[in-house]
Design a protein around this ligand. Structure first.
Ligand SMILES: [Zn+2]
Length: 169
């Protein structure tokens, strides 16, 4: 590498401009202008909030929030991964709820908390960069409401699909 190239730096992964001081944000190395652009164009949930919400309510919520975070970061591949996690978790929970398999509560709770913690950890470094760059926090009330509404929806479906014992022959 010649001194001129070293001074010009490496191309930004978002805009391609050569920058001597690229910053890691998510999986990309961005120039200062792109970090500023990404940070100021969306609100994000902290990895801690996403983890706690998932551990307390359901880890599917963690996957959804992280998928939205990755979308807002402009990283469709990472977002897709989290949407796949969302689908898989949803199927697992629905299978547990609607099948006759009785898993002990501590097992499902423990597994759920573990999954939320692992997914949240995966966003820790990116959140640290976002926070340092002055990122705004996304609404922390709506995800709780949506998760509770999902619980209600599942409960309603369960009630509607469970045969009434009074009408059984
Ligand atoms: Zn750039």
């Amino acid at each position: 590498m010649t001194p001129e190239v070293a001074a010009a730096g490496q191309p930004c992964d978002r805009c391609g401009t050569f920058s001597p001081a690229r910053k890691a944000l998510g999986t990309r190395q961005l120039c200062a202008a792109c970090v500023e652009h990404v940070v100021s164009n969306g609100r994000f949930w902290s990895s801690r909030y996403a983890t706690v919400l998932g551990a307390v309510l359901n880890p599917t919520a963690t996957a959804v929030l992280l998928a939205l975070n990755w979308q807002r970061l402009g990283e469709p591949a990472k977002a897709r991964g989290m949407w796949i996690n969302t689908g898989v978790l949803l199927l697992c929970y629905l299978a547990i709820i609607f099948s006759n398999v009785e898993l002990p509560t501590p097992v499902t709770l423990g597994a759920g908390i573990g999954v939320a913690v692992v997914m949240g950890r995966g966003f820790d470094a990116t959140w640290a960069t976002l926070e340092a760059a002055g990122a705004q926090k996304a609404n922390r009330f709506l995800p709780v409401v949506f998760t509770l509404l999902a619980f209600v929806a599942v409960a309603v479906v369960m009630v509607l699909t469970t045969p009434d014992p009074l009408f059984e022959p």
